[in-house]
Design a protein around this ligand. Structure first.
Ligand code: GRF
Length: 225
């Protein structure tokens, strides 16, 4: 389909575990029309996640699937997959979802399951990534949106945003600076999916050209410390 042809709004599911500020950015992106899509479901494994409240405020259907009630990751993932499939979601966005998914789940949703990570992958996968970045003395860090594959924080990179790491940075100041860029980056990437512009070729992502004129793969906000 030509990227200029009107398409039905993309059905999006968002998986969260916590505050949900990235969820909020996606909600806002849909509301403003930046994302030609609709969030059809928000799932949290954590009953107390504030992001659930954010979704309810916007009349978005929510489901709590508490991982502690399951004997195994596989059993949790099966219920999660059934819930997602029932929602009709076409794209699944992990947004601060703090559960490792099984490889069966990652394979089942290949090419339509994406994650945002607060570092410039492949540097600093895993947890406590701002601390990792500060301890390593890197001058730049940022955020990465990538396809989810069985290996944690791997998978083809779709887009990245860069921020400076400053001499006085603490975990919190760096995390806040990165988060501000996450809130720009994730809606932009989801917009590309809604426009059917994301392709994977030989394990690398290509974004079909649009209004960004080829400048779409990197946000470099040096001016926005
Ligand atoms: C973000 O930094 C995201 O990159 C990471 O977890 C954090 C979630 O924040 N995976 P929020 O819940 O979206 O506010």
């Amino acid at each position: 389909m030509n990227i200029d042809t009107p398409r039905p709004p993309l059905k999006i599911a968002v998986l969260i575990s916590g505050g949900g500020s990235n969820l909020q950015a996606l909600i806002d992106g849909c509301a403003t029309g930046l994302i030609p899509g609709r969030i059809v479901l928000v799932v949290s494994n954590n009953p107390d996640a504030f992001g659930v409240e954010r979704a309810r405020r916007h009349q978005i259907p929510t489901r709590i699937i508490d991982h502690r009630l399951f004997d195994s990751r596989a059993a949790f993932d099966q219920v999660l997959a059934r819930t997602l499939d029932e929602s009709g979601a076409e794209l699944i966005c992990l947004a601060g979802f703090m559960r490792v998914l099984t490889s069966d789940f990652a394979h089942y949703y290949a090419k339509r399951l994406i994650n945002i990570h607060p570092a410039l992958l492949p540097a600093f996968p895993g947890l406590h990534v701002q601390r990792q970045a500060i301890d390593a003395g890197v001058r730049f860090s940022g955020a990465t949106v990538h396809f989810v594959v069985p290996e944690v924080d791997a998978g083809p990179i779709i887009a990245q945003a860069v921020v400076p790491v400053l001499a006085h940075d603490t975990h919190d100041t760096l995390a806040a600076r990165i988060l501000r860029q996450e809130h720009r980056l994730y809606p932009l990437v989801v917009r590309w999916f809604a426009q059917d512009r994301v392709r994977v070729e030989d394990g690398r992502v290509r974004i079909l050209d649009g209004e960004e004129n080829g400048q779409h793969a990197l946000i470099n906000p040096m001016g926005e410390v």
